[in-house]
Design a protein around this ligand. Structure first.
Ligand code: DOR
Ligand code: ZN
Length: 433
């Protein structure tokens, strides 16, 4: 027996994205970091057994949109705390945005991130490189060199690429290197520094808003350029009904378009901003009920490919200030799965669709490995207790920052075991002790 062999016993094995979708109760064996066998009852002599009766065993979750803040803003988060938070949330692969200090707009920065993540060794970290130098939207970053360093996509996230000509050249480059271009879709001339969604709530509470069309106008422009140039286009954190409609239509026309939605845009509306709680300030802003319904519909019908957290840690320095001065962003890695499982429990979202949106969906959007439990694939896994009560409290969050409006809430369902390449990186109940 290989001492590294592990048998996960008696779980509900769920792999909706596999060539042959799987939903069965049984055992799964891991050897040398790979899934080597799935069956009803596997020989317990061959490997260490972990009992996961009544729990779900799914592919490790994949998050395409995380802000790790290292290098440069380690007082908010660093690669170690961020990846620990990811593991606690059930994620085995995360993609980190380039708006660090310095910006990840060149290979040296990409390599620092990759190296540090390897040293820490918790979950897989795949960096996203900047589209433009220093996110300034003026000149292209060195995309070819960053690709050599290990980036999996390009984005100026946090800011849109306003210059259409630059965006065109970015697509042309990205097409050459087969990299998706991720747009933070916001027309800055329309959003004009608005701190929340423009609508009845912003008028009532007297906060300057930004209209929904600030997002969809940018997506419409981008789709025209994609049609002209080709290139894989991915819309980050889709928040409006119009954007969902545009992406649906683009997919129907066969354009290479994918998109993501955050758990917070699915769960909250601009009503959550009524009390000026800066933890509800995010970009794009929380929208209306009609938008929220369209997002859910888009997720259900596959227009929206995946759920991504936009995990955006901030300290009290950025958040304990007036709403209009506060930095946008909230934590996501540790709350995503419980929030999505809530939709499953309510019957609003099919459990298979939820799992695909957190695993195979993101893997396909960026062309990443993983997102399946097929025999022979790398053993990146997540064990979920779908009923486990989970109170979000600041003391128990692995993240360095605590900026989430869900603090104090008790949700149900969470990851209890996270395994990366056969190695247990999160073990809530000490099953392996
Ligand atoms: O809410 C957000 N926070 N949206 C972004 O686009 C950037 C992010 C951040 O970096 O804090
Ligand atoms: Zn963004």
């Amino acid at each position: 027996m290989d001492p590294g062999d592990l048998v996960l016993r008696g779980g509900r094995i769920l792999d909706p994205a596999a060539g042959k979708p799987l939903d069965t109760v049984g055992d799964l064996r891991i050897s040398a970091g790979r899934i080597v066998e799935i069956g009803r009852v596997l020989d317990p002599q061959r490997g260490r057994v972990i009992d996961i009766t009544d729990l779900w065993l799914v592919p490790g979750l994949i998050d395409l949109h995380v802000h790790l803040r290292e290098p440069g803003q380690e007082y908010k988060e660093d690669i170690e705390t961020g990846t620990r938070a990811a593991a606690a949330g059930g994620f085995t692969t995360i993609c980190c945005m380039p708006n660090t200090k310095p910006v990840n707009d060149q290979r040296t920065v990409t390599e620092v991130i990759v190296r540090r993540a390897r040293e820490v060794g918790i979950v897989r970290v795949r960096p996203i490189g900047a589209i433009s130098q220093n996110l300034e939207g003026k000149a292209l970053a060195d995309i070819a060199d960053m690709k050599e360093g290990g980036i999996v996509a390009i984005s100026d996230d946090g800011r849109p690429v306003m210059n259409a000509g630059l965006m065109r050249r970015a697509y042309e480059y990205a097409r050459t290197f087969d990299l998706p271009v991720v747009q933070h879709a916001e027309d800055l001339d329309l959003s004009e520094g608005g701190s929340m969604n423009e609508g009845a709530v912003s008028t009532r509470i007297g906060i300057r808003g930004q209209p929904a069309c600030a997002e969809s106008a940018m997506v419409a422009r981008d789709l025209e350029i994609v049609e002209w140039t080709g290139a894989r286009y991915h819309v980050a954190h889709v928040s409006t009904a119009r954007t969902v409609a545009l992406v649906r239509d683009a997919k129907r026309r066969g354009l290479p378009v994918t998109c993501e939605v955050t758990p917070h845009h699915l769960v909250l509306t601009d009503e959550a901003c009524s009390h000026y709680d800066t933890r509800t300030k995010v970009m794009p802003p929380l929208r209306t009920l009609a938008d929220q319904e369209a997002l859910l519909e888009g997720l259900i019908d596959g227009t929206i490919d995946c759920i991504a957290t936009d995990h955006a840690p901030h300290s009290p320095v950025e958040k304990d200030v007036e709403f209009e001065c506060a930095a946008p962003g909230m934590l996501g890695l540790e709350t995503a799965l419980p929030l999505i499982l809530d939709f499953v429990r309510m019957g609003t979202l099919d459990e298979k669709r939820a799992i695909i949106a957190l695993t195979g969906g993101p893997a396909r959007a960026f062309g990443l490995p993983g997102g399946t439990l097929a025999v022979g694939s790398v053993a990146d896994l997540c064990v979920i207790d779908p009923e486990r009560p989970f109170t979000i409290d600041s003391e128990h969050l692995a993240s360095k920052s605590k900026n989430t409006p869900f603090l104090g809430q008790t949700l149900a369902g969470r990851a209890v075991l996270t395994i990366v390449e056969g190695k247990v990186v999160f073990d809530l109940d000490g099953r392996l002790r």
